[in-house]
Design a protein. Structure first.
Length: 141
């Protein structure tokens, strides 16, 4: 595995995941999530800790980068599919788990959130794959 490519994918992915997540979830779909909150307003930070949101994007970018590298994805189209599937599966798992043990969201979020995450992680995967296609692979040891 080429650590330089994973590191570059992680950095690019972190930036894209955070920026696109902010646009999608904090702006475009904020009213949807506010409408389907099950927890009281006092549970949510206002304003959110943006440093924590950036930090949360790092392991997610690592996961997508590793999946792209493992699959040998070399095009944005492959990045969309790989990133989208990873995002969908991760957030379907998280959302169903949260629904099972906490009263954070109402049921419609379980359906909509993984679909939105397919787009979020898919676009991020496409950008990561496009950048990595321009980074030469190093020789294996």
């Amino acid at each position: 595995m080429d650590m330089k490519r994973i590191l570059i994918g992680t950095i690019v992915g972190t930036v894209v995941l955070y920026a696109l997540g902010w646009l999608m979830f904090d702006n475009a779909f904020a009213s949807f999530y506010a409408a389907y909150r099950a927890a009281p307003e006092s549970v949510y930070r206002d304003p959110a800790l943006q440093w924590a949101n950036v930090l949360a994007s790092v392991p997610y970018a690592v996961l997508i980068s590793l999946c792209l590298a493992n699959r040998g994805a070399t095009s944005p189209a492959q990045g969309i599919i790989t990133g989208g599937v990873v995002g969908f599966l991760v957030w379907a798992t998280a959302d169903i788990g949260y629904y099972g043990f906490a009263s954070i969201w109402n049921f419609p979020v379980l359906i909509v959130d993984p679909i939105l995450e397919f787009v979020h992680a898919g676009v991020s995967g496409a950008v990561i794959a496009a950048v990595l296609a321009r980074v030469p692979k190093t020789a294996a040891a």
